[in-house]
Ligand binder design. Sequence first.
Ligand SMILES: Cc1cc2nc3c(=O)[nH]c(=O)nc-3n(C[C@H](O)[C@H](O)[C@H](O)COP(=O)(O)OP(=O)(O)OC[C@H]3O[C@@H](n4cnc5c(N)ncnc54)[C@H](O)[C@@H]3O)c2cc1C
Length: 481
Amino acid sequence: MVIIGGGFGGLTCAQALAKEGMKVTVLEKCAVPGGAFQSFCRHGQRLDTGFHYVGGIGEGEVLHPLVTYFGLEDLPWQPLDDEFLEVHTHGQTFRLHRGYPSFVDHLSADFPEERTALEKIVSLMTGINKHIYESILPGQNAFDNILMGVSAKTYLEANISNPVLRDLLCGQCLTTELTDKLPLYSFLQSLNSFIQGSYRLKGGGETLISRLVENVQHLGGEVIMRKTVSQFEVNDDGNICAVKCTDGTTYKADIVVSTLHPSLTIDLIPECKQIRNIYRRRIQRLESTVGMFTVQLEVQPNTIPYLNRSISIIETDNLWNAPCGKEAPVNTMLINFNVPEEGKFATNIDLLIPMSWDAVSDWEESRLGHRPEEYKAFKQQKAEECIAFALRYVPELKGNIVNYWTSTPLTYRDYTGTQHGSSYGIRKSFDNLLGTLVSPVSPLPNLYLAGQSLMLHGMLGTAMTSMLTCNIICGKNLLEK
Ligand SMILES: Cc1cc2nc3c(=O)[nH]c(=O)nc-3n(C[C@H](O)[C@H](O)[C@H](O)COP(=O)(O)OP(=O)(O)OC[C@H]3O[C@@H](n4cnc5c(N)ncnc54)[C@H](O)[C@@H]3O)c2cc1C
């Protein structure tokens, strides 16, 4: 069995299938595994691509069964403070609190007239917790939840009268694309897991990914790096018999699981009667979420105390569908302190803002290490804007930034192969679920899909998707044990 992509999706699929006795080979195009969860080193600093914080992994929380299944529960998780998120919006500062009662009580103290609405949101979230594990059983429709067909924006506007509270509830989902198409289910699933418990991980994505690679290898699987899959060999009966790579190597396969963006997977399939043009075009036309611009700061040692919560800043009246192209001002940001290897002071801090593909598309022909000066100047100017913005909320940064590195959607496209550098893959649309949801089952009998584009992004969404795909392949509920 061949699994394409050695990101979190590919490695979790590999582990689940190897546990069932299958012989798995993971093919990953980069030199290091992890995809959007890979870590890298600059100036002696370990930096993370996309691993900042995750929700719901503690005992009794929503992701815990999956974390335990994949043997990740004993990693050095760092629970964030009970006040896990500081939100700056409408000129005021608020904190989101861990645990449903605290979440409601603290917000109700500021917005007493909204207590009932907050309680209603909590009851929707507890309903989601019950649904998650039913939704990934084989034979179930993973999206068979009424909240998938409701717009998050419309719901918030209809149920919460105070615009400040509406925006502040979005603080948690700031890096999730906030468009009026976003299903309420996706919005609440993220908020829910972080309210249950928010965690960072000492050693970041590398710690998580190394454990998964070890687990796969321990179960007899292989994870092979620097293997860019370029085409499938398909039999007359539509089965993939082998997977070809750009370096000329070929891997025989009885089953193939692709965790790439579905439009990249479809490009690997040669013309064949099983893939009708209408399916091909549908997948190729699916829109993806925007990407992100990140500024990763190395700060002066022993100067800025490590902050065990994240900071979300919203300085716009136009939070939903906000432009994030080349000329868009910096007016929202997520600030994340990475867990220091030792001591109580921060070593590096990430600033994240949404950025669309058109901000960098002028340079789409350029490749890593050979970018034009114009692009470098754009990145520098954006980084300076981001730093000036962050300084207003973290004044300790002044004079204490030693170095910084930036990434744009172009960087993500070239490192993790996401279409247009999208952060979260295919954009789901509450009013076009059939058109925006992709099934793990494909028209080729032995090709299955997984990865963040199918259901939900992030550690929670990608792990759920892996379980759904593997449950279908194995014809049983792998979590049952
Ligand atoms: C800036 C940013 C911040 C984020 N922050 C968080 C966070 O704090 N918490 C959280 O839970 N989630 C976060 N996410 C989301 C999370 O990173 C993703 O949802 C998750 O990592 C997706 O995993 P995946 O396996 O589906 O895809 P990927 O990680 O993209 O894996 C796909 C893999 O396929 C490989 N590949 C591509 N083409 C080929 C080919 N032709 N042949 C072989 N291999 C190929 C790629 O190199 C990659 O390794 C963030 C994402 C971004 C971009």
